[in-house]
Design a binder for this molecule. Structure first.
Ligand SMILES: [Zn+2]
Length: 250
């Protein structure tokens, strides 16, 4: 039998962390209980907040994280609740336009190709507007006060190697999409923060273990604690936590 002190890390959400930081000041600590449930240990700590503050804060105290991708155009996570916007529709429309352009390219129908490109661009822009609107409305309805998005890299790079061209096109469209979300959010009083995208897709939101093996396609399974989830939802969640820190304003 061994006795003594054992230090163990505590996993908390961003909201809990904010409250813990104020313990002993305007937040009063109540009873604490340590208990075990299915092999995991939990610490239940009751706190007392002043009633006025709770009422004022309850409206806008959540932080939402948004993950952008090709499988899902956007995945939004606010306090563990997730909203998915499938990317298939956008991808299939783009493929159709692309195939049409190739056929027309053989017929040297340059003008028609340009018109079609314009039409596709308008369609994409319209989609970006509709989806960004839906995301901001969803966040507003859930009491989100801050929206966090990944700060994309390579946007300002001028020279693009051929190999990276496809990717840079995607990051360009994500960049515009993010800007749409940002200005719609600010209009309704939601703050926008940009986070460092490092490790957001491979870190466990429950225990913090970071490994590329945690992720396999759309599945996320933590090699350390066994946490399972949808890979894109996990990324969005990690974006909301800003696990690699905030980036400078964009
Ligand atoms: Zn884990």
């Amino acid at each position: 039998m061994q006795t003594g002190r054992v230090r163990v890390p505590l996993a908390v959400t961003a909201k809990q962390e904010a409250i813990l930081a104020r313990l002993g000041r305007d937040v009063k600590q109540g009873a604490t209980k340590l208990y075990e449930k299915r092999g995991r240990w939990y610490l239940a700590l009751s706190v007392t907040l002043s009633a006025e503050e709770k009422a004022a804060k309850s409206a806008r105290d959540k932080i939402a994280g948004i993950d952008m991708g090709l499988r899902y155009l956007a995945v939004v996570n606010a306090g563990g609740e997730t909203l998915f916007f499938p990317g298939d529709q956008a991808a299939s429309v783009r493929r159709r336009y692309h195939a049409l352009r190739r056929r027309m390219g053989k017929a040297k129908a340059i003008k028609a190709i340009r018109q079609m490109k314009d039409k596709e661009a308008r369609w994409m822009k319209d989609q970006d507007h509709k989806i960004s609107r839906a995301i901001v409305d969803w966040c507003l309805a859930r009491g989100v006060g801050i929206i966090r998005m990944e700060k994309l890299e390579g946007i300002r790079r001028r020279k693009t190697r051929k190999r990276d061209f496809g990717r840079s096109l995607h990051s360009w469209s994500f960049y515009r999409f993010q800007q749409f979300i940002a200005y719609k959010a600010r209009l309704v009083g939601i703050r926008v923060e940009w986070v460092n995208p490092k490790d957001t897709s491979r870190t466990c939101p429950r225990c913090g273990h970071c490994a590329s093996e945690n992720r396999s396609g759309i599945r996320f399974r933590c090699r350390k604690c066994g946490f399972r989830g949808h890979a894109d939802a996990v990324s969005a969640w990690n974006v909301s936590f800003a696990i690699s820190g905030l980036a400078e304003a964009a």
